[in-house]
Design a protein around this ligand. Structure first.
Ligand code: ACO
Length: 328
């Protein structure tokens, strides 16, 4: 007999940040000691970033992910044992294997649920959410944890001012549950591997050593152009799928890369900036963690309310992009 529930909905959100916030002025001072010039004015004008959180040497992606997961489970009123699926998005896994999802599962003190990582860089959370929704729709899974967790500060070249000022560390999570009514209204994912070089960390571990470049490299202007275009097309695609008009969307949460990308996206879509959730000023770009961090913040501060339509959008290395339209 077909299962009764064929949709999924978000029933809890959570987030976690490292203790230490580093302001632009502090970062500029640290970089000056290496002979690298930057300033609060440059960073704010070009990116909108004012500070980012940086993990100390002992903090792991697993720990950040588990903290966000616990907060999401608490908001959902569930114990970890209720989960039957854990999907974790990261590009800064603690180990080559096992997956960080398995390590988070162990931190939560449960066993048995399926657990795996998704690698789609800054689109990772949106990819993970779409995958978990599809798995719940099969009727086989009922309660999924979807986490985005990153410690990007460990793959930044602190001698490259064009990238090291942009990123930060953090984690966000949601709990998805099978439901009769959506929930997740529409989800679409895309990639273009021919653009892999414009944003990458190309190094690999082999024969006991790192081969190739272990740092994040980016062609900022190419990323900017591509990001604005695909965020626009992908938003229109999911709205079409859900037969929803743009003015029915209450909140837009694009990947938090740069305030100029966020504003350009809202402008291109014809959406008022008052509907944009912006956290990049506080968190920097936290890659796969940025969308769930922003979602959790806006749910907890009361801006996003039950019944509202929220458009979540990812874009990043791969090149990957996608959107998930959600009714909270
Ligand atoms: N401080 C001071 N000066 C800087 C810094 C810095 N941190 N970084 C670069 N500059 C200098 C450059 O050297 C250059 O100097 P020059 O003119 O003497 O050569 C000048 O500033 C302008 O550099 P551009 O690269 O042309 O600056 P641009 O306006 O393109 O801004 C930025 C750079 C912010 C990276 C922009 O291209 C951008 O936002 N790109 C989008 C990429 C992004 O946000 N990526 C995040 C990851 S991707 C993702 O998550 C999807």
């Amino acid at each position: 007999m077909a299962p009764a529930h064929r949709c999924s909905r978000i029933i809890g959100t959570g987030a976690a940040l490292p203790e230490r916030a580093v302001t632009n002025a502090e970062l500029a001072q640290q970089l000056a000691a290496r002979g690298i010039e930057t300033s609060d004015e440059w960073i704010v004008a070009r990116t909108g970033i004012r500070q980012r959180y940086i993990a100390d040497a002992s903090l792991t992606t697993t720990e950040l992910g588990a903290r966000a997961a616990r907060a999401a489970l608490q908001a959902a009123g569930l114990e970890p044992a209720a989960l039957d699926l854990i999907v974790l998005a990261t590009s800064t896994a603690d180990q080559i294997f096992p997956s960080t999802a398995c390590l988070v599962q162990d931190e939560l003190g449960v066993a048995g649920a399926a657990a795996f990582d998704v690698q789609a860089v800054c689109s990772g959370f949106v990819y993970g959410l779409a995958v978990a929704d599809a798995m719940i729709r099969t009727g086989t899974y009922r309660r999924a944890l979807v986490v985005g967790a990153e410690i990007f500060s460990r793959i930044l070249d602190w001698n490259d001012r064009t990238t090291c000022v942009l990123f930060g560390d953090g984690a966000g999570a949601v709990v998805l549950e099978a439901a009769d009514q959506p929930g997740i209204l529409a989800a679409r994912l895309h990639a273009d591997g021919s653009q892999s070089r414009i944003l990458c960390t190309a190094g690999r571990v082999a024969q006991g050593a790192v081969h190739g470049d272990p740092f994040l490299r980016m062609d900022g202007q190419a990323v900017f152009r591509l990001a604005v275009n695909v965020l626009d097309s992908s938003a229109r695609e999911v709205l079409d799928d859900a037969r929803m008009r743009l003015d029915e969307v209450d909140w837009l949460i694009p990947h938090q890369a740069n305030v100029r990308i966020l504003s350009a996206t809202a402008r291109k879509l014809g959406m008022p900036e008052s509907k944009l959730i912006v956290t990049v000023d506080q968190h920097g770009n936290t890659s796969a963690a940025s969308v769930p961090l922003a979602l959790d913040l806006a749910v907890r501060d009361g801006r996003i309310r039950s019944g509202q339509n929220v458009l979540l959008q990812g874009v990043g290395g791969g090149f990957t992009w996608g959107s998930v339209l959600v009714r909270l």
